[in-house]
Design a protein around this ligand. Structure first.
Ligand code: ADP
Length: 459
């Protein structure tokens, strides 16, 4: 089967000619190699007449990049509302935070209809369409209704919800139709695949062999493709910025524990700070100084739950520092700004341990970046939550239950006193796992699976 063009659809689209960031670069490279079109939201807000103009070309590269704009109402209903205040909490197992708002649900579907119309204008026979993330669950169904018969793949970057949580979604009955309109549903982990299969089976799908499913007249496939990073790029950035830790002016012998996250309630930050406080209170030698450097820029602050988590974190930081700080030592340093990727790589390399302790996370790329950035001769230790998607691949990390501050505190103690040979052995094994499935592997494997010819009836 000859390869047609690739059409990538993602919520945000890079505007610069040579974009940065692991996923963005991977998609950019795939499009450069194969030719095609990238369609995404410009981030601009315009009035309704402007949106009627359709797609805007934003870059002349070996492939085309087109953006669409949203109105303020669409930004509120589609992006902040249904995507980030309904689907995001549900998919991260936080039904307690889920917003139920029929207007937002309607706007979400309308935006998907509009985007489907824009895609239908550019798609050609033989093109493969690759849709990214929870913003576009109904997109394939909307395209099928417009007569688009191309291969359409979906990749969900966040966890698949627990089937027992899905009844909390008012649109749950629409989900099987949304999902089965894709040809390939890519998920991060085996756990996600198992949740998706349970949900689809309960919704009437027949499970065939190897993750293939049959639902009505649709045949489609569900499989896991754990996303990776640009390992060599990170190694290089970390080596070139190995002195980045000097900015911190740590005192001699001071240990550095690092956390790097978007400020989100799924990242387990209050529990992490409490665990660090507990480690400090119980550390065997009070002379040991360890500092937690937490880099966590706020995100989605127009959503209530995000304002709350920020306040909660500032309160805990104040409490731990108030109790523990000394004239020349602040135990928790909390930075709310974005740090450039280069400096970040250098800070990873300087850190003695990295706390990646989400309560739920599709993959968590910070875990992989931290490992890539280490000096193999004297590597730091990764402390990783069972609930990060990365845990399925990174078994040589120190695994913790992030809900239990005592357990995480003991892991910090273990990490900071771990003998060199054990740190090296764990690091070697972790490097192997991130190299086996790096970002190039991810794009190649997914696209190869998407390209497979349609299953013949009956199999
Ligand atoms: P999520 O996609 O939920 O934010 P991931 O860990 O999978 O979580 O990806 C986060 C990405 O954002 C990583 O590549 C990480 O390097 C980057 N990142 C996170 N926090 C910061 C920060 N403060 N400054 C710069 N980059 C950051």
């Amino acid at each position: 089967m000859s390869e047609g063009r690739l059409i990538v659809v993602s919520n945000r689209i890079p505007t610069e000619a040579a974009p940065s960031g692991g996923l963005v670069v991977a998609l950019h490279d795939a499009l450069k190699e194969r030719g095609g079109v990238w369609i995404g939201n410009s981030g601009k807000r315009v009035d309704a007449e402007e949106t009627a103009k359709g797609l805007t070309r934003i870059a002349e590269t070996p492939y085309e990049r087109y953006s669409f704009d949203l109105t303020e109402e669409e930004h509120q209903g589609f992006y902040l509302g249904y995507a980030n205040a309904t689907l995001w909490p549900l998919f991260h197992h936080r039904t307690d935070l889920l917003a139920v708002d029929p207007d937002q649900a309607r706007i979400y579907r309308e935006v998907n209809e509009r985007v489907a119309g824009l895609i239908a204008e550019v798609v050609q026979p033989g093109d493969a369409i690759w849709v990214h993330d929870y913003h576009f669950l109904p997109l394939a169904e909307a395209l099928r209704r417009r007569g688009v018969r191309n291969r359409i793949g979906f990749f969900l970057h966040i966890p698949f919800p627990n089937p027992s949580d899905l009844p909390a979604l008012s649109e749950r009955k629409l989900m099987p139709g949304w999902l089965s309109a894709f040809d390939l549903i890519g998920l991060q982990t085996r756990r996600d695949v198992s949740n998706a299969l349970d949900f689809l089976r309960d919704s009437g799908a027949e499970i065939l062999l190897n993750g293939r499913l049959k639902m009505g007249d649709r045949r489609f496939e569900v499989a896991s493709f754990p996303i990776g990073i640009d390992v060599d790029g990170f190694i290089q950035a970390a080596e070139e910025n190995a002195d980045a830790g000097e900015h911190l002016r740590l005192s001699p012998g001071e240990r550095l524990v690092l956390g790097v996250d978007r400020l989100d309630y799924s990242k387990g930050l209050p529990q992490r700070f409490a665990a660090f406080g507990e480690y400090l209170s119980h550390r065997p030698d009070p002379q040991i100084r360890a500092t937690l450097l937490q880099i966590a820029p706020p995100s989605r602050e127009d959503v209530e739950a995000y304002r709350e988590i920020r306040q909660e974190l500032e309160t805990i930081t104040g409490r731990v520092n108030g109790e523990m700080a000394e004239l020349d030592w602040t135990p928790i340093r909390y930075i709310r700004r974005n740090i450039g990727r280069e400096i970040l790589a250098g800070l990873y390399r300087r850190a003695d341990a990295c706390l990646v302790t989400p309560l739920a996370d599709g993959m968590n790329l910070v875990a992989k970046e931290f490992v890539a950035a280490q000096d193999g001769a004297d590597p730091g230790v990764l402390i990783l939550s069972h609930f990060a998607g990365a845990a399925e691949q990174m078994e040589a990390a120190l695994m913790v239950n992030p809900y239990d501050p005592g357990e995480t505190a003991r892991a910090i103690e273990q990490a900071l006193s771990m003998p060199l040979h054990e740190r090296q052995a764990r690091h070697l094994s972790l490097m192997q796992s991130i190299r086996e499935a790096d970002i190039g592997w991810w794009t190649r494997t997914y696209l190869a699976a998407l390209q497979k010819p349609l299953a013949s009836p009956g199999n």
